[in-house]
Design a protein around this ligand. Structure first.
Ligand code: NAP
Length: 515
């Protein structure tokens, strides 16, 4: 077995014609440690010329992996087994450093006996499954591994689509097994839920990890760009002992949090990484992956942020909840403390801090909160603690009433509401957030005339319709980015017991929003 000192990033290129392939390979060689040339993407009429240009480019010094994958294994076109066999036996160029050949072809005895002589030390025997298995994934990946192990191929690769991050477990177990058996392996859980296998794989012994040239050109679901792997997740700094933190939610890929927290770790030199974990079943994820007393693998989890839809449900799976989070009824932060999982809420304090920055003392200020969900509950708790008078406005009167009763505040209907008596109006609904709701606002500008400050908890986009209409109506405005940074700062401090680099975290968030 080769001992891996540096994680290798392999950049996949999928281009149809020689000129584009040459260009993409040059770009890939600039940023990647290896280049995967997807032979199946090349237009068959231009294949010879394309492969020729690729051979020239191979002088860049980057090792090249050649694939010729059928559509059912994630390839670009329908390729029947006979044409694939013919390609690998007779037509394949000689210069690639590695050939990635599917298990079904490697198993074909013809490849051993006829055609060009195969150097098996250059073969990656691979298996891809995009169908999203639900039952006994562990048995499946082990069975495939055993089938591959019995071939003469040097490196084994298994990639299976998953849809809950807890299903990354069999892939890490397989990496461990292969390590113990002295085999070189690549084990990837595909899809957004599998991102942790791409980020942590090399530190757990994977032969390489794949990355996209840029965010637009991913060649497999869940693939991260090289730039993000290197500069956001800092792959080359991750070792087996690196503390693992991340975001528990569904979905999570849109989040800015990896940018903030990883920038914080980089700035302070803390040996930790922050990863998005797309999780459906929080109980199973926390028990099997994270909890020190029940986790199945020795992954060094330090803590988690929690986002929608798990802020309330996660409470049932924790050993201790701080009183404020209990009162709010939501946990947005988990800390692994000794052998326990402890829950905190950093949203409430983070929501109030920027407001105090703008207005000073909030005692006796009149605050309107629009919405009656999790963020509204944190807002009520935080503002009440700061001594403000609160009225909850929601489209669902019953929900507004329940929240108001819990915290003994006023509530009112959102229909035709007017806010001239309020010092602060807070949008705690998702209306205005990037995507289909982007052009929406919970209240029109004319309803805001006379209000003091409009505070939108949404941070993406920075300028929402709620804020622009409020400004036109003469209100001061405050966006959600300072709150996002403050709740992350408090999380960072809970996980690391040291001051967070607020400015570096804010700058990382702004850079990401700008891009
Ligand atoms: P949530 O628990 O789903 O609550 C959303 C609330 O908005 C509910 O009361 C919902 O009413 C209401 N709502 C949804 N669509 C509406 C509409 N068309 N008209 C009127 N009300 C509507 O979500 P959340 O966790 O509270 O988050 C709310 C927002 O705050 C999100 O955009 C989130 O990104 C933001 N947030 C920002 C930060 C930050 O750090 N800046 C932190 C937390 C949250 P129903 O119950 O009737 O559906």
């Amino acid at each position: 077995m080769t001992t891996q000192l540096e994680p290798r990033i392999c950049v996949s290129v999928c281009e149809h014609d020689p000129a584009s392939l040459a260009e993409a390979m040059k770009a890939a060689a600039d940023v990647g440690d290896l280049i995967e040339v997807r032979g199946d993407c090349i237009d068959p009429d231009q294949a010879a010329a394309a492969l020729e240009s690729w051979q020239l480019l191979n002088k860049t010094g980057r090792p090249v992996i050649l694939t010729y994958r059928p559509a059912e294994q994630g390839g670009h076109r329908q390729l029947d087994p006979r044409s694939r066999l013919r390609f690998w036996m007779f037509e394949r160029p000689d210069t690639p450093d590695f050939y990635d050949i599917e298990l079904s072809i490697v198993r074909n005895r013809s490849l051993f006996r006829f055609g060009k002589t195969m150097d098996w030390t250059r073969v990656i025997c691979s298996h891809h499954n995009f169908s999203g298995l639900t039952s006994n994934l562990s048995a499946y990946v082990n069975r495939v591994y055993e089938g591959m192990r019995d071939t003469p191929a040097r490196i084994l690769k298994i990639a299976v689509q998953i849809d809950d991050a807890v299903d990354c477990l069999p892939f890490f177990s397989l990496l461990r097994r292969a390590r113990e058996e002295g085999r070189e392996i690549i084990a990837i859980a595909m899809g957004p839920a599998g991102i942790m296998t791409r980020i942590l794989g090399p530190s757990q012994g994977a032969f390489l990890t794949y990355a996209a040239l840029d965010e637009a050109s991913a060649t497999a679901p869940g693939q991260v760009s090289v730039k993000e792997l290197r500069h956001v997740y800092r792959l080359h700094k991750i070792g087996p002992q690196t503390a693992i933190t991340g975001l528990l939610g569904y979905p999570v890929l849109h989040s800015l949090s990896p940018h903030l927290h990883n920038a914080g770790f980089a700035e302070t030199g803390v040996d930790a990484v922050y990863i998005p974990f797309e999780v459906k079943d929080t109980g199973s994820f926390l028990k099997r992956m994270v909890h020190p007393q029940s986790r199945e693998l020795d992954l060094n989890f330090r803590g988690l942020s929690v986002t929608a839809p798990h802020k309330t449900g996660v409470i049932d799976h924790l050993d201790w909840i701080e009183p404020a989070a209990q009162e709010i009824g939501a946990v947005n932060t988990i800390v692994v403390e000794g052998t326990r999982l402890c829950g905190y809420n950093t949203d409430a304090v983070a929501l109030v801090a920027p407001l105090v920055g703008e207005l000073g003392d909030l005692r006796s200020r009149h605050c309107a909160i629009i919405g009656a969900g999790g963020a509204a509950a944190a807002a009520v708790w935080g503002l009440r603690a700061a001594g403000a008078n609160i009225t909850i406005f929601a489209r669902d009167q019953e929900k507004a009433g329940v929240l108001a009763k819990r915290f003994q505040t006023d509530f009112a209907s959102l229909d035709h509401a007017r806010f001239e008596k309020f010092d602060v109006v807070i949008n705690a609904t998702p209306l205005g957030t990037v995507g289909p709701l982007c052009q929406e606002t919970p209240v029109a500008g004319e309803q805001l005339h006379g209000a003091g400050l409009a505070y939108d908890l949404i941070y993406n986009p920075l300028e929402t319709r709620f804020l622009s209409e409020a400004r036109a109506a003469g209100c001061a405005t405050l966006g959600g980015l300072p709150m996002l940074v403050e709740q992350a700062v408090a999380q960072f401090e809970l996980w690391t017991n040291r001051p967070a680099p607020r400015e570096a975290m804010l700058a990382a968030a702004e850079r990401r929003l700008d891009s």
